[in-house]
Ligand binder design. Structure first.
Ligand code: FAD
Ligand code: MLT
Ligand code: ZN
Length: 468
């Protein structure tokens, strides 16, 4: 889609020279995405400095019928931020923390604030903003809200959707909806903020939000545990929840191959459990009370589990440096797969009670389909969310392997559907999983979604052809 010169001139007048990028070399970073699957085009990247400027730009675009693709940190994993003509609206300049209310336990932030900076500001205010994910150094809160990001603390604190009290958004017609309320109770009709959370930019542009803050953890215990089977990992999770309740903040599962890739490809990452084991769990207990006996609780659970053959070995971190070392293994599992060639990714969820069965059955199915394929299963097991990634056989041609993406989607997603799960647990739909919507969602659900989209964005200018 080409954009008329008059529209581009008018946008330039709204945002000024600092607010537009048109140089081809500079545009590049906004046209590509994390997984390298798509490359887009656009007439201009527009970087408004305020909600008012954003609204003016949207009005110009709707008048001229120009598509707008909102973009935050561009770390999304489903191609949702890749433009196909029109403009990219990048939120990076709207990056002020507007207010911290320590008594209300809330923080009001603009969409372009980087997640790690929000975490830091919360810490400086003596509080915790618990959303945490591998991309936190570059993703922005507007992107987190728009993808309803998950990450490693969902077990205790919920998804991004659960961490938000209010939203400010620019609608597809250019009006501003000010829903920036810091209320924990407000039953005054439809809860409109939830329309924008998880909408991946298809219903409007989130420009600010009121976030919930929590007491910071004052005691913490972190352990890496080796287990003989996926069933054992799930059993350990169940026992830990039973014994420790919501002090269990994170429970991440890693299959052996992912840990091996992490150690092989990441300088400084070491597996402290020397003997190889089929599965590992990285678990963390925290409490806002400094004197909470978390160590006793953890040792109790692990001791019993070892006696019962559920846990083969375990390392409990004894310093902050060791805590960081253990978490580095988990982060490196995500990042190291690319060094082993092509990878077909699945971000699925099933009820935790079926997670082990899913891992076993899915592994058997894909290995039968392509002998030599290397399963890298890992993820947020405590949420039933498994990243069931498939690395190409060592000697395969990468292109030929990736051509089989659809076939493996079918095998894995059909099994997920049979197990009452979801084919996109936390990464969203974007462009990558759009075709799966038709296959796995009911016509009634899709019809409701289309009705909402048409009501808010009848001209289909807001991130068109994503999600639906
Ligand atoms: P972008 O990629 O810029 O955009 C994502 C989508 O939201 C796009 O559709 C875009 O159009 C839309 N959008 C962005 N900003 C706005 C806005 N202000 N208003 C309206 N629409 C908007 N995700 C998880 O859920 N859990 C994880 O554990 C996790 N780990 C990751 C680890 C790594 C190493 C990487 C690279 C990614 C990971 N992700 C994870 C995916 C990604 O970081 C999240 O989806 C994140 O929330 C995206 O934020 P962003 O600012 O980069 O959004
Ligand atoms: C993770 O949990 O590390 C991520 O969601 C990233 C991924 O799936 O690649
Ligand atoms: Zn994840």
């Amino acid at each position: 889609m080409t954009v008329a010169k008059e529209t581009l001139d008018a946008i330039r007048r709204v945002v000024g020279p600092k607010g537009c990028i048109e140089d081809a070399a500079e545009l590049d970073a906004y046209l590509i995405e994390e997984r390298g699957l798509y490359r887009g085009t656009c007439a201009m990247v527009v970087r408004p400095a305020s909600t008012g400027e954003t609204a003016e730009v949207v009005k110009l675009c709707v008048e001229a019928g120009v598509a707008i693709v909102p973009q935050g940190g561009n770390t999304g994993l489903v191609g949702g931020g890749v433009p196909d003509g029109g403009i990219v609206l990048s939120t990076g300049r709207m990056n002020r923390i507007r207010a911290v209310d320590a008594v209300n336990h809330t923080m009001t932030v603009e969409a372009g604030c980087i997640l790690a900076e929000i975490q830091k500001a919360a810490e400086e205010a003596g509080a915790l903003f618990p959303l945490s994910l591998g991309a936190e150094g570059s993703c922005q809160i507007g992107g987190n809200l728009s993808t309803n990001a998950g990450g490693i603390a969902v077990l205790r604190y919920g998804n991004t959707r659960d961490l938000v009290l209010g939203v400010e958004a620019v609608l597809p017609d250019g009006r501003v909806w000010d829903g920036l309320r810091g209320l924990r109770k407000n039953n005054t009709g439809y809860d409109l903020k939830h329309l924008f959370i998880g909408a991946e930019g298809t219903l409007g542009i989130i420009t600010a939000a009121v976030l919930k803050l929590f007491p910071p953890p004052r005691s913490r215990e972190t352990a890496l545990v080796a287990a003989p089977t996926a069933e054992a990992v799930v059993e350990l999770f169940t026992r830990t929840v039973d014994a420790c309740g919501d002090s269990l903040t994170a429970f991440e599962m890693m299959g052996r191959r992912g840990v091996d890739f992490a150690v092989k490809h990441t300088p400084g990452v070491i597996n402290p459990i020397a003997k190889p084991h089929p599965f590992y769990a990285l678990m963390e207990l925290t409490s806002p009370r400094a004197s909470e006996p978390l160590r006793d609780a953890l040792e109790g659970v692990l001791g019993d589990a070892m006696e019962d053959g559920i846990v083969d070995d375990a390392v409990i971190a004894v310093s902050e440096a060791q805590v960081q070392d253990l978490w580095r293994i988990r982060e490196a599992v995500t990042l190291s797969q690319k060094y082993e060639g092509g990878s077909i990714k699945h971000d699925v969820s099933v009820p935790v009670s079926r997670a082990a069965d899913f891992i076993n059955r899915a592994t058997a199915l894909v290995e039968k389909e392509m002998p030599g394929i290397r399963v890298v299963a890992f993820g947020h097991l405590g949420d039933g969310n498994i990243h069931f990634n498939l690395t190409q056989p060592a000697d395969a041609d990468t292109g030929t392997f990736l051509d089989r993406w659809e076939d493996f989607n079918r095998i894995v997603h059909d099994l997920v559907a049979e197990m009452d799960g979801s084919f996109s647990a936390e990464h969203g739909i974007g462009r990558l999983k759009r075709n799966e919507m038709k296959r796995y969602k009911s016509e009634v659900e899709l019809d409701l979604m289309r009705t909402v989209k048409n009501a808010l964005d009848p001209k289909n200018i807001m991130n068109p052809w994503k999600v639906l």
